[in-house]
Ligand binder design. Sequence first.
Ligand code: KMH
Ligand code: ZN
Length: 272
Amino acid sequence: MEKLIITAAICGAEVTKEHNPNIPYTIEEIVREAKSAYDAGAAIIHLHVRDDNGVPTQDKDRFEKAINAIKEVIPNAIVQPSTGGAVGMTVDERLQPTLLHPEMATLDCGTLNFGGDEIFVNTENDIKNFAEKIYGRNIMPELECFEKGHIDMVKRLHRKGFIKEPMHFSFVLGVNGGMSGELRDFVYMKESLPQGATYSVAGIGRYEFTLATASIIEGGHVRVGFEDNIFIEKGVLAKSNGELVEKIVRIAKELGREIATPDEARKILRLI
Ligand code: KMH
Ligand code: ZN
């Protein structure tokens, strides 16, 4: 089996310090969380940024500051900015971090309800537009799929030439409005993938560690972090993203799966 690529989604756009005081807002806090995740074994840092008051932003300069500051302390990490941003942002707003030509960026592959009155909008034409900008700027997309219809969208856009190989998917399961994160959901997603694709699994909330374990067993990869889950165990807040990554490393070790370094991750994902 390939070594395990761990992605740490250290910040997100939805969780706040009211949920967990360790959620990073400032550049210093973001660097602290990225380093803790990297030191514990994460190869990829999935990055959202906030202003100092915690308000999510896709501002290019804020991303540039955060990426440069992260690279200063962990130069070899793969930094993967979000182009999803927060619900309600415009496409152009969301695309700003791609102007910095990172190695990877997310590409969200369909629209879904996002709790309450929120809708995370990614129309077919939006996806084509994001794909054109992402590939055009020499960035590898992580294809974020919140349900099986999003995989079908990727397959259709691949046939039409908008999505290119190698394809790396991220299943984000358990969002309030997307597909749930039961084992059968994971199996259905995994078995629906195109030939040769790699995948990572992010389980939201209580699904984080069960889905991570399933993915470790099945040869997939894993995403954990405050964006998806703020608890290290039921009712106990995680102290850091590093603590969440450490738990994955322990589970992987028990199950005989080695952890990929960033350079090994680059090879597995065919980034180089
Ligand atoms: N914050 C969500 C609305 C991504 O990073 O590409 C979208 C999101 C997806 O987090
Ligand atoms: Zn995200």
